[in-house]
Design a protein around this ligand. Structure first.
Ligand SMILES: Cc1ncc(COP(=O)(O)O)c(C=O)c1O
Length: 403
């Protein structure tokens, strides 16, 4: 037999190559911190976004009992009717606009919901407007779809709330989708009702889809969450995605949904049939149970996050050279560190080196979070107190070195 002589590298798809260009810069300090922790070092991780709470026991019991009775088979592509109804009831409860199960599609997590929705709305080269700083998971989805991304800056001086005028300035004849996130990650900002109402009207008049990621909708503190479905007067161009990852501490269960006009939901069903091909039945059963019975434990977790926020804010008050915005929602606090160090990435690296405290640098999210770090609240109170102590020690050491 002759020798193999094909020296050429067999190429990957353009999609795979586009995804390969992602720098992963956001996670460099975090990954280093994880390695240190695995080596047994005493590292405080305030760079995580996964709830530390256990999924409430009754939800686990519900899933197990459904597994035992054979709910372990294929499921309809759009999701089990029981869960679609539970989502529709939830969406109807939080908005004056009723929602029908026909408008709901179920996914293994919000990320899959966003990817599916965007796949049914965007062609390569289509323009999408997103808000800077965005959740780090959005970029790769837009890259996969080869969409043209334009950003609207949500600036710290506006409490990181994106402004209607900036959306209007950014929207062009080419805009196909405006994608927003309220309550927001990384900033915790809640987009006010009047901005949502005017923006949805503006998009509706121009035939533009308005998609809103509301995965933190059930984790709000003083200010209530205003859903896009509540604020919008017409829902023909409106899509809301949400899920149980954060509010119910169910990130590993992979449960999310999209609420969209019926015609789009039919497209989503065909897309799901050739991609996810349905989610596990017993997980959907437990998710429906969770949504129908969650008054007590969602509130309990939310109260605990609020207590943690207050604790960390009290710690930050002791560090006058750091400015911060008290978040109204979510699991993160953005802290401005530019008074101490121009470059937030350098700040995060030095903080890890000196104090073994891991935080995410804001510039890894986007330009408008430059000069900030993101502290996360998904750690018990004693760990948060220790994190604040280390941050304070670091800030004091910098001040001493300067004097
Ligand atoms: C704003 C936002 N959207 C979506 C997600 C991903 O949600 P899921 O885990 O349900 O895919 C996250 C996770 O951190 C997030 O912060």
């Amino acid at each position: 037999m002759s020798e193999f002589n094909n020296q050429q590298k067999i190429p990957f798809s353009k999609l795979a190559q586009r995804l390969n260009s992602e720098s992963g810069e956001a996670w460099q300090v975090h990954e280093q911190a994880l390695k240190m922790k695995r080596r047994g070092e005493d590292v405080v991780l305030l760079s995580i976004g996964d709830p530390d709470f256990q999924t409430p026991e009754p939800i686990i019991d519900n899933a197990v009992s459904h597994m035992r009775v054979g709910r372990t088979h294929y499921s309809p592509a759009l999701g089990e009717l029981n869960l679609r109804r539970a989502v529709a009831d939830y969406e109807t409860m939080v908005s004056p606009n009723p929602c029908d199960a026909e408008q709901v599609s179920i996914y293994p997590g919000v990320t899959a919901a966003i990817f599916s929705v965007m796949s049914c709305l965007l062609d390569a080269g289509d323009e999408i407007i997103i808000v800077d700083p965005p959740y780090v998971g959005y970029g790769p989805i837009m890259q996969a779809l080869d969409a043209e991304v334009k950003t609207v800056m949500a600036l710290p001086e506006n409490g990181f709330e994106p402004q209607l005028d900036d959306f209007i300035r950014a929207i062009s004849d080419k805009t196909k989708v405006v994608f927003i996130n309220t309550p927001g990650n990384p900033t915790g900002a809640i987009i006010p009702r009047n901005t949502l109402t005017s923006l949805s009207r503006y998009c509706y008049d121009r035939g533009i889809w308005l998609v809103c990621d509301e995965v933190y909708s059930m984790l709000t503190y003083e200010k209530p969450h205003i859903s896009l479905r509540t604020a919008a007067q017409r829902l023909d161009n409106v899509v809301v995605v949400d899920g149980l990852s954060k509010s119910h501490a169910m990130s590993g269960w992979r449960m999310g949904w999209a609420v969209a006009p019926v015609e789009l939901t039919a497209h989503l069903g065909r897309f799901a049939a050739m991609s996810i091909f349905g989610c596990p039945q017993f997980i959907q059963d437990a998710a429906a149970f969770a949504l129908n019975n969650d008054q007590y434990y969602v509130k309990d977790m939310c109260d605990q996050y609020q207590k943690r926020r207050d604790l960390v804010c009290a710690g930050l008050d002791e560090m006058p050279r750091l400015k911060y915005l008290r978040p109204q929602s979510g699991m993160f606090i953005m802290v401005e560190v530019s008074g101490i160090c121009e470059d937030d990435k350098v700040f995060a690296q030095k903080l890890l080196d000196a104090e073994r405290l891991s935080v995410l640098p804001g510039s890894a999210f986007g330009n408008s979070a430059r000069g900030h770090i993101r502290l996360s609240l998904v750690q018990p109170e004693n760990v948060l107190v220790e994190g604040c102590k280390r941050l304070q020690r670091f800030v004091n050491a910098v001040a001493q070195a300067e004097s």
